[in-house]
Ligand binder design. Structure first.
Ligand SMILES: NC(=O)C1=CN([C@@H]2O[C@H](COP(=O)(O)OP(=O)(O)OC[C@H]3O[C@@H](n4cnc5c(N)ncnc54)[C@H](O)[C@@H]3O)[C@@H](O)[C@H]2O)C=CC1
Ligand SMILES: O=C(O)CCC(=O)C(=O)O
Length: 434
């Protein structure tokens, strides 16, 4: 295990600025300029506190041993324990983990939660492994990370290709590393667990519901009706499916979907529940759904629609496709789906973007409720969870919308400014910077 603790000069020089880091740093710096952020605080927030890299061996079903590389980046904990998901994907590397951890810091701050930001995962294509191999990989990863996570220190959650089952394995393995009398009291080391293992009713749909609410709040502010509005979704996993589910229930029409296996379209509408059921019996894939035609992946974002929901990976909307996008609204379910160049083009074209740190914050808000539930030994009801989530999302949306209007900035800059100012206040109150 290698733990790199922040040394300002060294780390500032070392951090390569490229890919997702490039985007998050440009977003941060432009907001920091807008609020004239104290230079010392800018330095602190420009780097990560800790970067943990673990290489660990796992025995495969055929008896061979394979070595995996896992990451956990802890960006900032000025407001509370590090919080953020674990991703299992071939694109996971230190650059992605750093950027995603930074986005978590701004997201938790904007949502008014008592958390900082962290993120991590394993560089792996999980489709190549059996369920029992994935369980062993997850347990070994947890064991390797165990001294660096904890319910009051760093609390992982699901992200791409991880789910409530993954969280149950992590919680179980982590608890087994604690002294017997402390084991069950450590259940909230992760959130997004299954219901019988301390999970929160509604955490499964929390992110997608938050995406839907953000779209609804935008529609209310702009006197737009969602009835009959056409939307497209990239990613039909946890976030994409639930966002589509709630939008369809409110009268909107899903006309195209893309997942890792391909893209489908039907301008008359694709039934969300039918597609979900189909994907469940089709290895999780949407391709060849009977009531649709296949479309070229490259054309996906340029298809005719009113609302576009990227809910898969980062860097999907770029200068290549931004000029041809037809949607009037981009609701970012994914983290970092629009890069800085793509965003500039969209804003010039008058297209609104509800930024990731606001739009997909329902997930981490749901995680916070689960953490509170476990800490207090409670079991919350679904209607209570959804009502609290609604209230939290509305408060954040209104804050960002009003700030953008008052300061004449776009919604992302507004969201970043609010988030950074809350952290700045914490540092100033502690008297670090007279
Ligand atoms: N799960 C959560 O609570 C939260 C997730 N997010 C973000 O939302 C996004 C999606 O996460 P989940 O829905 O949890 O993951 P998931 O693993 O449940 O679903 C991911 C979906 O994206 C698709 N996908 C993967 N690679 C793709 C590609 N190259 N092109 C098109 N589609 C592709 C997959 O086929 C799948 O349908 C990620 O960016 C994640 O960081 C953000 C906040 C919370
Ligand atoms: O639920 C959480 O703690 C974090 C989820 C996440 O990774 C995200 O919001 O990007």
């Amino acid at each position: 295990m290698t733990t790199v603790t922040a040394d300002l000069k060294k780390v500032t020089k070392k951090v390569p600025v490229r890919g997702m880091m490039d985007n998050v740093m440009e977003q941060f710096n432009s907001a920091a300029d807008h609020i004239n952020l104290h230079p010392n605080i800018r330095k602190i927030l420009s780097i990560t506190n800790n970067e943990i890299l673990v290489n660990f061996p796992v025995k495969m079903d055929n008896g061979d041993v394979e070595i995996f590389t896992g990451y956990r980046v802890q960006h900032n904990n000025a407001l509370g324990p590090y919080k953020g998901g674990l991703r299992y994907h071939p694109t996971v590397d230190i650059d992605a983990a750093r950027a995603l951890a930074m986005w978590m810091t701004w997201k938790t701050s904007l949502a008014g939660l008592p958390y900082g930001g962290g993120k991590g995962g394993i560089k792996i294509d999980p489709s190549k492994y059996s369920q029992s191999e994935l369980e062993r990989i997850t347990r070994r990863f947890t064991f390797a990370l165990a001294d660096n996570i904890g319910p009051e220190h760093d609390i992982p959650a699901p992200d791409v290709n991880t789910n409530s089952q993954t969280m149950a394995w992590i919680a179980d393995t982590y608890m087994s590393t604690r002294p017997p009398a402390e084991r069950t009291a450590n259940q909230h080391v992760v959130t997004g667990k299954p219901d019988a293992s301390g999970g929160l009713e509604g955490r499964d749909r929390a992110t997608g519901y938050g995406v839907y609410l953000s779209i609804k709040f935008w529609a209310n502010k702009t006197n737009t009706s969602l009835e009959g509005k056409k939307f497209i979704v990239q990613g039909f996993g946890n976030v994409g499916y639930w966002a589509a589910h709630f939008l369809e229930k409110d009268g909107a029409k899903m006309v195209a979907v893309q997942d890792a296996s391909g893209s489908i379209q039907n301008q008359n509408g694709i039934n969300v529940e039918d597609l979900f059921k189909y994907s469940q019996i089709n290895d999780g894939s949407i391709v060849n759904f009977p009531d649709s035609k296949m479309v070229d992946n490259k054309k996906f974002f340029t298809l005719d629609c009113d609302i576009c929901i990227p809910a898969a990976l980062g860097n999907q909307i770029t200068k290549e496709n931004a000029p041809k996008i037809k949607a009037k609204l981009i609701a970012e379910g994914a983290n970092g789906p629009t890069n800085v160049e793509g965003e500039k083009i969209l804003l010039e074209r008058g297209i609104t973007i509800i930024p990731d740190i606001l739009c997909n914050s329902g997930g981490v808000v749901g995680s916070y409720f689960e953490w509170l539930q476990n800490r207090n030994g409670e079991i919350w009801q679904l209607d209570e969870v959804m009502a609290k989530l609604d209230k939290k999302m509305k408060e954040s949306f209104n804050k960002v919308f009003d700030y953008a209007l008052n300061e004449t900035v776009d919604l992302r800059t507004a969201a970043f400014c609010i988030a950074i100012q809350r952290i700045e206040k914490a540092y100033i109150q502690r008297g670090i910077f007279p």
